[in-house]
Design a protein around this ligand. Sequence first.
Ligand code: ZN
Length: 461
Amino acid sequence: MSNHQLFARHAWLEQGWQQDVLISWNEAGTITAVAAGAVKPDGLPSVSWLLPGMPNLHSHAFQRVFAGLTEYRHHPTDSFWSWRQLMYAFAQHVTPAQLEVIATELYREMLAAGYTSVCEFHYVHHQPGGAPYPDAMAMSAALVRAAKATGIGLTLLPVLYQHSGFGQQPPEAHQQRFIHDKSAFLSLWDQLFVLCRNAGAKLGLAPHSLRAVSPEDLHAILAHIFAVDATAPVHIHVSEQQKEVDDCLAWSGKRPVQWLMDNFDVDARWCLIHATHMDAGEYQRAAASGAVVGLCPTTEANLGDGVFDFQHWKLQRGSWGIGSDSHIAVNAAEELLQLEYSQRLLFQQRNICCDAEEPDVASYLYRHALLGGAQASGRCIAGIAPGQQADFVELDGNHPLLMAIPAEYVLSTHLFASSRQSAIKQVWTRGIVRDIAQTSAGSEVARIRQKMIAAFAGETL
Ligand code: ZN
């Protein structure tokens, strides 16, 4: 019996659920063979329902610590922009040691909720006040250690943040921890490249948003990065809020996605985070570029961003994946559910995220989010197939809602009718079963939260 093998009575492969599947992988955790209709080798335990792990393509780990604290009206027109003030208050206080604790607990939560890898869009780089840490990688390295401790796959996206608004406006005081000039950023990126390579993580780049970067510097930085790694993913927040569209129009006469397409060679390495407010021309051009749209349905709903027009994107055959972003929810199935429900409410119809080839909503959602998420992560995590990483999620065949359910309804029952997390029994990354049980780390996070709340009591939020 090999400990690099697993026998699944049902495994979700490219063509959907297959029976009696023997999966083998190598020492590095890369799948080497997948055989359906196999005979179970003696002594090899079997699992009941095996899904590929879902990539989480958008995370700001530190934001998990204040999830739930922003649901109180301070002003009759509370919005993303007032939420951002509270986020900045927390961002002022988090230390590298605290970030490591918060991220370690968050990544364990992600694994328990069906995510087996994460793209960390990381922008709090410096000390409070803006002076760099003696080790410029101090905050980034905390995230790398957290990923390693939990086993979750990591694509690290250090954020380039230079300005507070379109037209290269100077940064505001509470943005000082995020700011780099071109040469400081390139130096950080080169150091992180070595750190990530040694840790088995993928390094990309995240220009924060069009309002926050200088186009000239971004061109130069992209040239450097692609010369080092031509497959590096590039993620950018774009068109999340109507105000951003209005500001971009005032600055350039163009809408954000239109401006981006006109000024950069956007291709399949790019991931457009949110892209909530696009016009017909932008939907068409963004889809044709091959870029992935990074949808974060629970955060977008929580922040009142608006509703992405999925019907339009589907017609253009655009790629997409899901992220938990602010971590108001940490649950892969819940993001998919929220996406489908937002469209039902918008169009007053049912069963929208699907098509003639794949009329089953849950399968359509899971497959596309998996493929788009893998593409945006820049890693081989696109399903249970040779060459991909052995990242699996087992659903419990003895869960009350899954018992006696025919195979074709198991995924939809998990997504729509279970509590979307309770049916998850075991999780593997790189072929290793990961510890997803709740630990005392949660109380460490609580202590950090308490300390931060005390630290900025008296500050205006
Ligand atoms: Zn974000």
